[in-house]
Design a protein around this ligand. Structure first.
Ligand code: HEC
Length: 340
């Protein structure tokens, strides 16, 4: 055998991954990753989850093609566009991000992330794989009347939305302005959750102004990584039933936070990676129902957090990557239950 020159060997090593661009095969390459890292929480309720009463987390199953494709609201998969596919977006978040998937033991290895990304880029082709299907080979868990995803959250929305009729589609479309995803929190509910998956860069204060036409009908608003500024917070404060607000990695700072004062239904506030500082913290006291606040990667000091914890002992203040436990949707309620 002819010896390979060391430099040539080096070149082969570096070049190999670039040359070997064989198409990603879902069943061979991607499905095993999902099975190992995701099915525990996003699988068949009867066979994959511990205990019969558990429902797939986030109401999302990843163990069948049809479940992954036919989802309302934010697209789990958009062929060709990993950045608009929640499936990729949530596995590629930075470590410590509260939405990172899987929530424990994550993130996936870089090469696993890259495979999934490439699979979506190449068209999210499932090949012959179909996985589990609604109806076929299903659990004895009744398919009708699914249990709520987060029972406490669903109960809250039921309460907040009592007596409200769904809004007409044209009004929702006008508020969405072609970029927002607005979906009812439950079938027949008059309350809505809003996200801008993949359109964050187009979302500015004007987009929030359009949404404000829905007034008190918005209960969840995800503005993470958008271009909203402190000005938008005055509009958001007018959304009287708002329970969850995500402002992560925006330019929002203390002045914006001040405008939120009095948001009387706000339970969850994500300020991860914002400009909020110590000066903003006392304002959280003016949010009477706040249960959890994310302050990871802000300028807030440990001392200020200590003061806040003392003043609001029941508030869950997340200042470091702290991830929800296996069977919890949220870290906050768990802490409370233990405390009581
Ligand atoms: C330990 C449980 C657990 C594991 C493991 C897990 N997830 Fe999740 N996942 C959740 C929970 C809980 C939610 C709902 C979060 C919420 O609604 O705030 C969720 C939500 C999601 C969503 C968003 C659904 C939506 O519409 O908001 C996607 C996409 C997702 N997970 C993908 C994955 C992927 C991909 C994996 C594997 C790499 C994974 N998850 C592993 C618990 C898990």
């Amino acid at each position: 055998m002819r010896p390979v020159h060391p430099f040539a060997a080096f070149l082969l090593l570096v070049a190999a991954p670039l040359v070997a661009q064989e198409k990603v095969d879902f069943a061979r390459d991607v499905q095993p990753i999902l099975s190992r890292s995701c099915y525990e929480c996003h699988g068949n309720p009867a066979t994959d989850l511990k205990g019969p009463s558990k429902r797939p987390k986030g109401n999302l199953r990843l163990d069948g093609k049809s479940y992954m494709l036919e989802r309302h609201g934010e697209a789990v998969l958009t062929a060709g566009k990993p950045a608009s596919s929640l499936l990729y977006e949530l596995i590629a978040l930075p470590k410590g991000d509260p939405d990172l998937m899987p929530p424990e033991g994550g993130p996936l290895k870089a090469d696993e992330q890259a495979l999934i990304r490439r699979w979506i880029e190449e068209g999210a082709d499932f090949g012959a794989w179909e996985g589990n299907k609604p109806g076929a080979g299903q659990s004895p868990v009744p398919a009708a009347a699914p249990a709520p995803v987060t029972s406490s959250r669903s109960r809250l929305y039921e309460e907040l939305g009592r007596g409200l009729e769904p809004l007409p589609a044209d009004r929702l479309a006008a508020a969405a302005g072609g970029i927002a995803l607005i979906e009812a929190v439950a079938q027949g509910s008059g309350l809505y959750r809003v996200a801008f998956s993949a359109h964050e860069a187009e979302v500015d204060d004007a987009a929030v102004k359009r949404l404000a036409t829905l007034g008190d009908r918005i209960v969840e608003l995800r503005l993470g990584r958008s271009r909203v500024t402190d000005k938008a917070l005055a509009l958001i404060a007018g959304m009287e039933r708002l329970a969850r607000l995500d402002l992560r990695e925006t330019a929002v700072g203390d002045a914006g936070l001040a405008k939120l004062a009095g948001a009387k239904e706000l339970r969850y506030l994500n300020l991860f990676g914002t400009k909020v500082s110590d000066a903003g913290l006392p304002l959280l006291v003016e949010l009477p129902r706040l249960e959890s606040v994310y302050l990871w990667r802000t300028a807030v000091s440990e001392d200020a957090v200590a003061v806040l914890r003392k003043r609001l002992p029941k508030l869950s203040v997340v200042t470091a990557p702290r991830l929800p436990a296996n069977d919890e949707e949220e870290p906050a309620p768990r802490r409370r239950r233990q405390a009581n």
